[in-house]
Ligand binder design. Structure first.
Ligand SMILES: [Fe+2]
Ligand SMILES: [Fe+2]
Length: 194
């Protein structure tokens, strides 16, 4: 069940980034923090390139196995499937709001609202996965399923680790994001540089 462990760790990293952005937006709104636009852009990029494009496809590998083992969770799976498929629209809304804010400071509130919508969506999405689907996977998938799925996850992680320069190194990016986020979330504030 290494695959489940990887999904759990990714949820923690994603929750940390969502929490960091939410915290910074509040601090900026309160006049306690100068907005670091490059850091916001890098965090939104992380959400797109990791959460939406690497995390969900791995989950789909797991989720597609469940209906082969049980009819339980069908409604949740259908909902999650639609939500995974809607990633491009969801990201476009967030990216447009951020681009508008980068171009024009007065669009801060609009970006903060768009982010709040995204974060709230994502929180509920992860809760549905963790409360309903992951326990069903744990209960119904067979040992052979796990051997196969764990191997697929390991291969995905190794292929796209970024350590060989062929893919983006998201664990390094995550550390850099946390380094720049203000305390108590991260170790900054420190300006984020590409
Ligand atoms: Fe998901
Ligand atoms: Fe997830």
């Amino acid at each position: 069940m290494e695959a489940l462990h990887i999904i759990g760790e990714e949820h923690q990293s994603l929750a940390a980034i969502l929490h960091a952005i939410r915290f910074m937006l509040k601090e900026v709104a309160a006049g306690k923090l100068a907005a670091d636009l490059k850091l916001f852009q890098a965090m939104v990029h992380y959400l797109d390139a990791y959460a939406e494009k690497r995390h969900h496809p791995k989950e789909d590998l797991l989720f597609h196995r469940l209906p082969q083992r049980t009819a339980d969770g069908a409604e949740a799976l259908a909902k999650l499937g639609l939500q995974h498929a809607a990633a491009p629209q969801r990201m476009a809304a967030l990216e447009q709001a951020l681009a508008a804010y980068v171009a024009d400071n007065s669009r801060f509130d609009n970006f903060a609202r768009a982010f709040e919508t995204y974060a709230e969506f994502y929180r509920e999405h992860m809760m549905l996965e963790e409360d309903v689907v992951l326990p069903l996977l744990r209960k119904h998938l067979t040992a052979d399923d796990w051997t196969e799925l764990d191997a697929a996850f390991r291969a995905e992680m190794a292929d796209k680790s970024g350590k060989d320069g062929k893919a983006e190194d998201f664990s390094a990016l995550f550390s850099r994001l946390v380094d720049c986020a203000p305390a108590p979330i991260g170790f900054g504030p420190r300006p984020f540089a590409n």
